[in-house]
Design a protein around this ligand. Structure first.
Ligand code: NAD
Length: 257
């Protein structure tokens, strides 16, 4: 399968899962609009090594006006977004009664509302071409809960719901919307949780990693960004043209329990 001539916008593609997905889409020939914070040059080189063009926009996904500017930028650079991957996300772990209200607002804005804004702005171009793929990076936490993750679980359940509505509204078009629900993936977002656990329990990072996996993920293995990238590529394929509104886990058995 080739995605030559297509443009993919991957939010939060400077790191972790977003970068893994951007690389796999680029390997299929899609030009990539990158977004996210931190170092841009190294991830950009990794994507461009696949022989595609990139453009970068540093929109803060908690700010609708910046998201609008990013979508306009993508249209100006490449004529529009054919594949939209809503991936940018943050985490904060705390019981509800002590959960900082500004962290709640930030998680809902970045992990959920941003996908509403990119989606509403991407649909007209996709409908006009009668081809498009909207891929929302939810989580197992879009399907089940864990304690101390109220905002994250609410946002991820929300994005699974948004995925279903998007898919239904576009069901008679060539535009599909689906969600990917990873279990643990060893990215900076999860490394922070491992480090916090090691510090709290005064144990080694290795022991904290074993405990983290053992608690929830029966395979005792991390899912990799490359594996999630391959799932995104499948959603872009002709074989997935009638897969609509699904939330597919890649979680080592987490949600089978
Ligand atoms: P990460 O921290 O490695 O990457 C997050 C990306 O989002 C980075 O590029 C970061 O710069 C960007 N980002 C953060 N805030 C942003 C903002 N306000 N505006 C624009 N970009 C912003 O994390 P990750 O683990 O790769 O997470 C990516 C997605 O996958 C998230 O939605 C996360 O919830 C989801 N997810 C992760 C795991 C996991 O185990 N790592 C599991 C399930 C789902």
């Amino acid at each position: 399968m080739s995605l030559k001539g297509k443009t993919a916008l991957v939010t939060g593609s400077t790191s972790g899962i977003g970068l893994g997905i951007a690389i796999e889409l680029a390997r299929q020939g899609a030009h990539i609009v990158m977004n996210g914070f931190g170092d841009v040059d190294a991830p950009r080189r990794q994507i461009e090594a696949c022989g595609v063009q990139t453009a970068y926009h540093g929109a803060d996904m908690s700010k609708p006006a910046e998201i609008e500017a990013m979508m306009a930028f993508a249209a100006e650079k490449f004529g529009g977004v054919d594949i939209l991957v809503n991936n940018a996300g943050i985490q904060h772990v705390s019981p509800i009664e002590g959960f900082p209200t500004e962290r709640w607002d930030a998680i809902i804005a970045i992990n959920l509302s941003s996908a509403f804004h990119t989606t509403r702005l991407a649909i007209p171009h996709m409908k006009a071409r009668n081809w498009g793929r909207i891929i929302n990076i939810a989580s197992v936490h879009g399907l089940v809960a864990s304690k101390d993750k109220s905002a994250y679980v609410a946002a991820k359940h929300g994005i699974v719901g948004l995925t279903k509505v998007t898919a239904l509204e576009l069901a008679t078009t060539g535009v599909t919307a689906n969600a990917i629900c990873p279990g643990w993936v060893l990215t900076p977002l999860v490394q922070k949780q491992i480090d916090a656990r090691a510090a709290a329990e005064k144990i080694s990072t290795e022991q904290a990693t074993r405990e983290l996996l053992g608690e929830k993920e029966p395979s005792l293995q991390f899912t990799t960004p490359e594996q999630l990238g391959a799932m995104a590529v499948f959603f872009c394929s002709a074989a997935a043209a009638n897969v609509r509104g699904q939330a597919w886990a890649n979680d080592g058995g987490w949600t089978a329990q």
